[in-house]
Design a protein around this ligand. Sequence first.
Ligand code: GH3
Ligand code: MG
Length: 553
Amino acid sequence: MGKYREYLFNTALIATGGLVFAFALYHYGLGIDFRLFLILLLFAIILDNLGIMYTDIKLSLSPSVGIAAFLIFGTVGAATLMVTSVMFDTIVMRRKIKNGFLNGAMFALSYLPAGWLYEFMGGKIGEISIAQVKYILVYVIVSFLINNFILYYALKVQGKILFKEYWNESVLLELGTYVLMVPAAMLLAYVYFKHSLMFFVLSLTPLVFIAYVFRMVRDLVKANKRLNAIYEMVKMINSKLELDQILDTIVEVISQVVAVSAAAIYLTDSNGIATLVKAVGGKGKEGFRESYFKGEGLIGKVISSNKIVAIKNLKEDRSLDREKIFANYGSLIAAPLRSSGVPIGCLLILHVETNAFDDDSVRIIEIIVDQASVAITNAKKYYEVTRKSITDPLTKTYNRRYFNDALMENIMRADENNEPVSLIMFDLDNFKQINDTYGHLIGDEVLKEVARRIKNNVRSNDIVARFGGEEFAVILPKLTAEQAYMIAERIRTEVSSKPIKTEKGDIYVTITGGVADYPSKADSAEKLVSHADRALYAGGKSKGRNKIAIYEV
Ligand code: GH3
Ligand code: MG
């Protein structure tokens, strides 16, 4: 679908651009001095070459030559110059044939109507005066608007999603260059009308110098961005961010230093299987393969070999044929993530165009990925430690400490939202007997199984905790004691109805439960616990066990 839309858009753009251009040539003719045309073309090409790619948009000073040509030749001559120079730059210098035609059509469609509007409004060709400034501004703004309008849609149908983040910034930057280019163009045209061709050519050279300085500034800005990206990564290593936030930051930082159409992060488990944990661009997670076995496919190979892979032209690379995902892209970088030399996953960066990543990009990715790996490892370790500190090792339910915090938090939330929260306390019946009959180890097995049955019968945000030796507590947010009673009953039945299978045979156990809720049956966390406990003994244990009771005020 996306491909079809892109094809339709491209065809329509090239056809319209070509037709309008042919009409202009046929109807108005070129009528230019070819020697001058070639000189201007040469300068336009030089300036385009010194231009800088700002993410997906090229900034260059060649429009100043274009505007000068417009003031000298008029609409059709100037448009011809600009279409020729952009096509030369894209097709010959950047080797992108399709984009060459797209850019040519885009320029024809922006500069021709802008020129016609200029002439229609009364702007003059072939001479220069201050009174023309306002018309020249109209010419510049109209061509700029059409140009960027088409470019925006071209990038959009090409599936470049991240460009939107930089769009405003790059458009503003481009507009800024016109502050320099409009006066420069007027000066050039003035020199041409008043002085010799030789003098005119000489006055073009400072532009080349300025473009060169521009490029140096760009390199500085780029270097600065890269330093900043590394700084962000180092900062992240020492942060207490969760793994998911770390992965988000990695993708964000990467898209600041290289052009990204889509990116994915895979992390390996203990069996060496790499699983997709983050995906942006393309179709999100659906666009990427869910997992790769050890050594399987590009991702598996990058992880096993521990070597970064950069493919400049995916369309010519036969080795990846079988992986569908790569059919939509032109180039990629796949970088292994490793922690103290051990592979932990892979970062995949894709771009729709070929040759999107130069050697510099690959190097910076390598550095970022090293830092990112440390941050990922730290986050995983931190998660392990916190998880261990709040769970009961035998039953894998929450421990008493976590239960206390969670109960306070749930009561606070209940107050805020004006909702109830319920608590069930369970105690295994005659558990001492089970220990005495079958031994402590079998007793442990029984406890584990009862915990599992309780967890299986509550919602995912209910909190099951081991309150004491053979006592469990369940916090049920948003439920009244009556609703919690139903759940407690379900758990009681579930525990007593099926035997627990152990080495020493099937064991039947029963549990007794007490229920209370906040705020109707208790007005504090302490009372909620003591009231549920009192219901457990007064209403359950003392009345024969294997029962659930609600606290009576
Ligand atoms: P009641 O129905 O009144 O609750 O009787 P009970 O036997 O369950 O009550 P009691 O409080 O007398 O005994 C609880 C027993 O639970 C005593 C203790 O040894 C055992 N217990 C506590 N923690 C563990 C544990 O982690 N593993 C095992 N196997 N037993 C435990
Ligand atoms: Mg007991």
